[in-house]
Design a protein around this ligand. Structure first.
Ligand SMILES: Cc1ncc(COP(=O)(O)O)c(C=O)c1O
Length: 391
């Protein structure tokens, strides 16, 4: 039999004097080095090179550098999801016996991690209202190492007392970790204001198209950065090159999506607030928002794309609303290019008792809207139809 052509040995990638405009996607998990000395140089930082995909790859680095530029830092780490960014940060920086003071309306899984998962490794937490700086200060114990906050609470859109919290971290030397997912660096420049660690769920507004799951961590102190990076690699919280490539693509339009969605949100909040079916609308840019003044001072007019509202009615009216507007994706997420609607009582906050939800103002008629980039006339028509059905 004639010798068959060898297709196992990889065919060299064609070279080109002209360069590709789009970033190449590099899916390789392994990288081949010329010799063991070269590998030593790479591992010991004398030469830049990739070794194994879980430890890093070019598409993650391109994405990290783009988000670094948004936050105004360098050395950000891309992780496989927003929750892996939270996990790598907390497990990388804390040990058994340490204590966290956290906001009491953080993302649900972050709350679960602090109340149910971390205690199994000997790390405890106290959750307090981040609009109440005296309560945050009172929750600090000699074992406290870290403060974890989100600027805008979910789903009631309260604004944390960030000036007070930043000063508290400075006074006490505690590590200030800000999950900046809702606000983004355009709404709140967490890192340049002094946060020690900034986290994003890149899945949301930054990537913007509901087709990747990614996270990001930026740590100021090199030793903390290394601890978070090593935890990420050891726990295998790696981001896939494809997801990074997709998120990079999404980021090119982040600026425009953010501006458009935010302008839509302001207009939609007024329209929703004026409807007969609605008991209250919550948007930090409105003068009737309980933290409007603080939002004005902290967010520099960037009030974001999230709007929440409470119907006068309960579950029956909530069902009628989503059924009347199937074109508005009823999905528990945020930050998509299109508008999405979530109902905390049946999704993110379903584990709470009705009394627990009531204490936060979350009724069966409570909705959170992640406003997208549709033409505002279209959104107005859709929401009018939905709210008319919920009277
Ligand atoms: C504020 C915040 N942090 C973290 C996460 C977790 O992100 P991911 O779903 O990418 O794991 C989310 C998800 O909704 C979030 O809203």
């Amino acid at each position: 039999m004639a010798e068959r052509p060898n297709l196992v040995r990889r065919t060299a990638f064609p070279s080109s004097v002209s360069r590709a405009v789009a970033t190449p996607l590099q899916p390789s998990v392994v990288y081949s080095s010329p010799d063991p000395d070269a590998l030593d140089d790479q591992y010991e930082g004398r030469a830049k090179g990739y070794t194994y995909g879980r430890e890093g790859h070019p598409n993650a680095d391109v994405l990290a550098q783009m988000i670094d530029r948004l936050e105004g830092g360098e050395g950000g780490i891309v992780t496989g999801s927003g929750m892996s960014a939270v996990t790598a940060t907390l497990l990388g920086l804390l040990s058994a016996g340490d204590h966290i003071v956290g906001g009491n309306q953080l993302y649900g899984r972050s709350l679960r991690m602090m109340t149910q998962d971390l205690p199994r490794w000997g790390i405890t937490s106290t959750l307090v209202d981040p609009t109440d700086i005296a309560a945050m200060r009172a929750a600090i114990t000699p074992a406290t190492k870290l403060l974890l906050v989100e600027v805008v609470s979910n789903p009631t859109l309260r604004i944390a007392d960030m000036e007070g919290i930043e000063a508290l971290a400075r006074d006490t030397g505690l590590i200030l970790v800000v999950d900046n997912t809702f606000t983004t660096p355009y709404g709140f420049p967490a890192y340049t204001r002094g946060a020690d660690v900034v986290i994003h769920s890149v899945t949301k507004l930054l990537a913007g198209h509901s087709d990747v799951t990614l996270g990001y961590v930026l740590a100021r102190d090199p030793a903390r950065r290394k601890a978070i990076y090593d935890t990420n690699v050891t726990l295998g919280l790696t981001a896939s090159p494809w997801d990074c490539w997709m998120a990079e693509r999404g980021l090119y339009t982040f600026d425009m999506r953010f501006e458009r969605a935010q302008a839509n949100a302001a207009a939609l909040a007024d329209m929703i607030g004026a409807h007969d079916a609605v008991e209250a609308v919550l948007y930090p840019g409105r003068p009737d928002h309980p933290d409007h003044n603080r939002a004005g001072a902290l967010l520099d007019g960037q009030f974001g794309n999230m709007v929440s509202f409470r119907l006068k009615g309960g579950r029956a009216q909530a069902n009628a609303l989503t059924r009347a507007a199937p074109q508005l994706a009823f999905a528990p997420t945020l930050g998509d290019v299109g508008t999405t609607l979530s109902h905390p009582a049946s999704s993110s906050h379903r584990a709470l008792t009705p009394e627990g939800r009531a204490a936060l103002g979350i009724t069966e008629g409570f909705f959170r809207v992640s406003v997208g980039c549709e033409p505002i006339e279209l959104l107005g028509r859709d929401f009018r139809a939905a709210l008319d059905a919920a009277v």
